[in-house]
Structures are given as C-alpha cells and as structure tokens.
Design a protein around this ligand. Structure first.
Ligand SMILES: [Zn+2]
Length: 380
C-alpha cells in the first residue's frame, strides 16, 4: 500500500460520528452493537458494571489483537480503530485481502469507567497498564482471559501521549511514537521483539513520507506490570502505539488519520508478510522520544529574560474537553520548545498584578499587547 492509497483510504473511512477528545461510552457501545451476535460479545464488566466488548472480524490464520483506551482519557486511537473497523467492513480489495489472512480481535474501549469520567485510571484509581501481573481489577481480568483464550500472534497496544514529547534536532512534535517493548530486564533482542521492530520500521517508512521526522521511539525500560511487557514476556510480539501532538491539532483529528494510516499499513504488512523484507535494525534509526515541549512558552520575561512555560490541562466539561492553561514553570527553558512561542522581550510582564510568580496555578487570562504581558492566575 503506497502513500497515496493510504491517504485516500484514511480520508474515505473517517467515521464522522466520532470526533474531538471526548468520546461518549454509549456512542462506542452503539457502534459495536450494530455488529452481528457472532461478531461481538461481552468479555467482562468494569468496576461500575459497564460491559467491555470484544469485536471479532476476519477469518485468516494470523491472529491479531488490538485494544484501545486502556487509559480512559486516551481517545485518539479509539477514533482511529473505529475508522479502521469501518474500512474492514468495506468491499475494497485491500480489506477483503486483509480479512482473508487475519483474524482480528478488537477491544475498542477497555476502560469504560475511565472513559466516562475522562481519567487515565479506572474507577478504583488503578492504572490498568500497571496491573498486568496482579490483575486486581475486573478490566484487567477480562482482558487477560481474552488474550489467554485468543492466543494472538501479534498485539497492537493503542495509547495517547502528552504534548510534551518531541523528536529530533531541532525538535518536532512526536506525532506518533512506537515501542517494541523489552521482554526482560536486560532489554535484549529476541525473535518476537524483532518481529515487532520490523513491523514498526515498515509502518514508519510510510509515515516518514507523510510526517517526516515526527515519529518517535519510546524508551524500553522493562516493567512486567505493563501489559505490553507482559505479552512480550509471554512471547507475543506486541507493538505500543502512542498518538501524540500534531501542530494546532489539540482535538487530534490529524493524528487520528495518521494512526489509521499506521493501522492500515501494519495490517497490510502482516497479511502479506511484506514487513518481513524490512531490516529490523531500521527500527533504531527512529529517534528516541524526549520530553522537550510545552504547550506555550513566553520568551524573555522580565529584566532577567527568563522563560515562562504554560501547559494545558484537559478538563471535562459538559461532554467536551476544555484545555485549561496552567503556569507550569519559569526559568531558563532554552532546551525546550513551545508548540506556541511568544517573545515578550521589552514588555512589562505582570503576573497577578505583581512582577513575580509564586506557584503552579491556573491561568484565567493571558494577554500580550504593545508594552505589557498580563497573566492573571486564579489563586495568588
Ligand atoms: Zn496510555
């Protein structure tokens, strides 16, 4: 699948019923409910008692398990997965080919309680991606039962990452990051890890043509409590996808399209084994993710010419995500980049009517005009 075709499919199969950062659980469940009884089933219940669905598509011999929103506030890959499922249902030659080679198991929404209230953790405030060994939560137990029964050949572990991550020099936003996780403390490379690396390098080849230098590689520190590390430890190649920031795209609609492109390309590679032609060492040419971005940086604040960083906090209000600015830090931030930068040199910077700042606080007002930069905080 070449770049033009990938872009064409990604535009064609965007499901317009799903958009923005907050995706109501009912909307996802209604989407799943449209499938026939032999295609969908309830694999367990959340702490609140909400059903967790699995959708089964395709009849091929290669088994691929994909799940999204294990972290309730990470909806971008859910949108992309819904688009991908729409593509699979189409009559396109590629969809037919993929479904003839692959059997998919999808969990579009693994943490419905967290999704409802837009939190990373579940209702018991447990991070499900640190519960892979203990399986203390009903969501973790349902998921473990699924993968033990299904015995996947490949897993796609779908997440969102914060806007703070960048790649390369000079840094660009890490719009998509990947990881083929370690299988033990030594972070060695074995056959399964190589299979994941090959597939990532294969997807990256197409992504580089569309978003050059905006793909990152996540650090491979080993933690058996993480689901990806556990699956890799069990010998199942598992790929971590992290949907990140694209310029001016806080709703992550552009990133959603790029994740869909990665899913299309990755499935295509698995179905016809073309990813096997890739040298796995190409994986290491993907630059490592680094924490080097803030949402906004004001440059040259005050007489000492220091920098002031602002970070948005995603806040759920009436079924919508509002981006509330917080004063994050102040100092020498030369090593950092702002998704937006404003040079306020020569301007009088007034924070809460004073020319100094105190603590990390919500910003009510930020205005920069002729001679002044006003930052009004909620609390002094
Ligand atoms: Zn996550």
């Amino acid at each position: 699948m070449e770049k033009e075709r990938l872009l064409e499919l990604a535009t064609q199969y965007k499901n317009e019923s799903f958009s923005g950062r907050y995706i109501p659980v009912e909307d996802v469940n209604n989407f799943i409910a449209k499938f026939s009884e032999d295609q969908n089933r309830v694999i367990g219940k959340s702490v609140l008692g909400l059903p967790i669905y699995e959708l089964h598509l395709g009849g091929g011999s290669i088994k691929v398990l994909m799940w999204s929103q294990m972290h309730g506030n990470e909806t971008t890959t859910t949108k992309a997965l819904i688009d991908f499922i729409g593509f699979l249902q189409s009559n396109s030659a590629e969809a037919k080919e993929i479904l003839s080679k692959i059997s998919f198991s999808f969990v579009v929404l693994l943490n419905p309680d967290g999704a409802k209230i837009y939190t990373r953790s579940n209702l018991n405030e447990i991070d499900l991606n640190r519960d892979a060994q203990l399986c203390s939560q009903p969501e973790s137990r349902a998921f473990k039962k699924l993968y033990m029964e299904f015995q996947p050949d490949y897993c796609f572990n779908l997440h969102d990452q914060r806007t703070i991550f960048g790649v390369g020099e000079p840094a660009k936003p890490a719009t998509i990051s990947f990881l083929s996780p370690a299988f033990n403390e030594d972070r060695g490379v074995n056959e399964n890890r190589i299979a994941g690396m090959q597939l990532i390098a294969y997807m990256n080849k197409s992504l580089q043509q569309i978003i050059p230098n905006q793909v990152g590689r996540y650090d491979d520190g080993f933690n058996l409590n993480c689901v990806g590390d556990t699956l890799q430890n069990l010998g199942i190649p598992t790929i971590l996808f992290e949907a990140g920031h694209f310029e001016d795209d806080y709703e992550r609609e552009e990133t959603r399209k790029l994740i869909l492109i990665a899913l299309l390309k990755g499935s295509w590679g698995l179905s016809n084994k073309t990813h096997k032609h890739i040298n796995y060492k190409d994986y290491f040419t993907i630059p490592e993710n680094k924490k080097c971005f803030y949402d906004v940086i004001l440059r040259n604040v005050g007489r000492q010419n220091i920098d002031l960083a602002i970070q948005y906090k995603e806040t759920l209000k009436r079924n919508k995500i509002i981006f509330v600015p917080f004063l994050e830090t102040l100092g020498c931030l030369k090593a950092y980049v702002g998704h937006k930068e404003m040079d306020v040199s020569g301007k009088k910077v007034i924070i809460n009517r004073k020319e100094e700042w105190s603590e990390i606080t919500e910003i009510q007002e930020l205005s920069v005009d002729g001679k002044e930069c006003l930052v009004n905080l909620t609390k002094a």
